[in-house]
Design a protein around this ligand. Sequence first.
Ligand code: NAD
Length: 434
Amino acid sequence: RPVEGAANSHVGVVGAGYVGLTSAACLARLGHTVTCVDVDTAKVAALREARVPIAEPQLPRLVSEGISASRLRFTSELASLARCDVVLLCVPTPARSDGTVDLAAFDAALQALRHTLDPRAVVAVKSTVPVGTTARTEELLGVASVSNPEFLREGHAAWDFLHPDRIVLGATRPEAADRVGRLYRGLDAPVIRTDPASAELAKYASNAFLALKLSYVNVLAELCEHHGADIAHVAHAMGLDDRIGPAFLAPGPGWGGSCLPKDTSALLHAAERAGVDFAMLSDAVAANFHQHERVVRKVRLAVTGSAEGSLRGIRLGLLGLTFKAGTDDLRDSPALAVAERLADEGASLTGYDPGIRRSKDLGRIQLVDEPALVAKDAAAVVVLTEWPQFRELNWPQLAQLTDHATVVDTRNLLDPDELSEAGFAYHGLGKPRR
Ligand code: NAD
């Protein structure tokens, strides 16, 4: 139930993407009155009719409830934020081609807000931004600004927003942090009050650590193959140690998505500018490129019998293209990075993903509507995203459709015994040879 009462705020949210739309819908749920602004007029038009353009559980319901309760509205006019108590900045901060942070959208939002906000308003920076950006925001806008980084996971965005592991408030003025903190009242989470630089860095530090953890387990999986060990057992044993924890310990085709790669390179650039040696992080990035290559080698070996064999003219079926299961987000997907390499080697690619419509243009990947079409005449089926429904496919039937019944399972998603029974030669990551 929304928490009604005098402490409800009028909140402005700039940017209606994964973070902005989730924040807007959830804050409306918590009883605040929210105005969400986006420069994308088509998106605003859809959202006004409660049509949610991203695949996130709970969001369609939260958005339509918010609209019906008159606590949530959408506009493309930033001027509508003039009377807000708190304004959340949730605009994209992508990487430039050199890996530094592109603040163009963020700065455009600041310019547009410059003479708009009530001087008593507080700005909360939820976008992931380099250290110093919150201080610069405060200076430029002339209103108190708080670094309030967001840690939600795509595919669980609303749940994570409403059940955060922690709320981080980085401010120079305690009363500004109080104001932003009150937005989240009713949520059961530790609140970390700190300075803006620490808050900004905490976000990058968390994502880069996750990248390190994944690169670590991917390299370990390679080592397991050399020693006939099973990465699942190694990771299980590691993960039961409280100091390590079980999450992010499964090998895969490489880490990706809209945040880990860009945030890792942003932190590396920050370290370089500060003259701090952060070689372990650049090694984790290099290991990630190596991981894409390793998957390609595995496919070559599975299909041609040689790690150096040619894939020219070979038909491969790809299962899963999004950067992880449960999202429709293809940004920096490791599945696509692997697919690019396979296509560069001359393989012809068919792809299926439950989150992606067939009408989407994915260049050299021919998208199909059903997994059976991926298997048809394929020399191998390559599982690249861990959609759980792939486990339930009729594998004996798929084996009949393929040219060679071979599966390369880069997520260790499938049951090797079941696949063998279905007639497949099964190749996982970090598994003993069968
Ligand atoms: P997104 O691309 O999904 O959405 C951004 C939205 O902002 C888009 O709808 C875009 O049209 C709009 N926009 C761009 N410029 C604008 C402007 N000047 N004024 C108003 N609207 C504008 O992005 P996202 O994934 O929500 O990420 C936003 C920020 O949050 C980034 O800094 C990202 O690093 C961070 N973040 C993302 C996630 C995630 O899982 N996606 C998690 C935590 C933090």
